[in-house]
Design a protein around this ligand. Structure first.
Ligand SMILES: [Zn+2]
Length: 191
């Protein structure tokens, strides 16, 4: 009986933190050490990691010259980023990985409830402002600040995340969006 209780508790824990076991890997497949700055950034995240191991290759993005970081949908679990960048850049790129593996139906909710646009999720040109980039910025803000956006960073009472210039939204919309990312978005794997 005791075993069964333990098992149920464990199963519930897994169900609500699906990405708890996801690791951050180097290009050679080894794990970044716990003291590496990237691991410390991940440890501080206030939203879940994508539900998969993510390889972070430190260096230039091979797809977009001059980019601070990038993710290609051809290798959606690989992040390229320059070293020594702040946590927000890693969080933004992890936002793309999260996006590429979340239930695609979720995107409609962000388009209508947060970004208030009917434009395509991805821009015609990679790296140009688009809902996919605004989502990565939103994920990064939620990872950095949690569900309560700092009042001191509001512009005219609205949330404007670090990164791409995108639509502003209310702190209430931000809070709802972060909660959704944190608790309710099914990870379906890369499609
Ligand atoms: Zn991006």
């Amino acid at each position: 009986m005791r075993h069964r209780t333990l098992f149920i508790a464990f199963a519930l824990l897994v169900a609500f933190t699906p990405s708890a076991e996801a690791s951050l890997l180097r290009g050679d497949g080894s794990q970044y050490g716990a003291q590496h700055r990237l691991s410390r950034f991940v440890a501080k995240m206030k939203v879940p990691m994508p539900g998969t191991d993510v390889t972070v290759v430190l260096g230039e993005c091979p797809y977009f010259e001059g980019a601070l970081g990038c993710v290609s949908s051809n290798t959606p679990d690989v992040v390229y980023m320059r070293s020594s960048l702040p946590a927000e850049v890693l969080y933004h790129e992890l936002g793309h990985v999260f996006d590429l593996g979340m239930d695609p139906a979720q995107r409609d909710w962000f388009l209508s409830a947060v970004f208030k646009t009917d434009q395509p999720w991805r821009g015609a040109v990679a790296g140009e402002p688009s809902p996919a980039e605004w989502f990565a910025d939103l994920y990064a803000a939620c990872a950095e600040w949690g569900v309560n956006y700092p009042r001191g960073l509001l512009l005219d009472g609205r949330v404007v995340p670090f990164g791409y210039v995108g639509p502003s939204y209310t702190p209430a919309a931000y809070r709802t969006a972060c909660r959704r990312i944190k608790y309710y978005i099914p990870w379906v794997g890369f499609t």
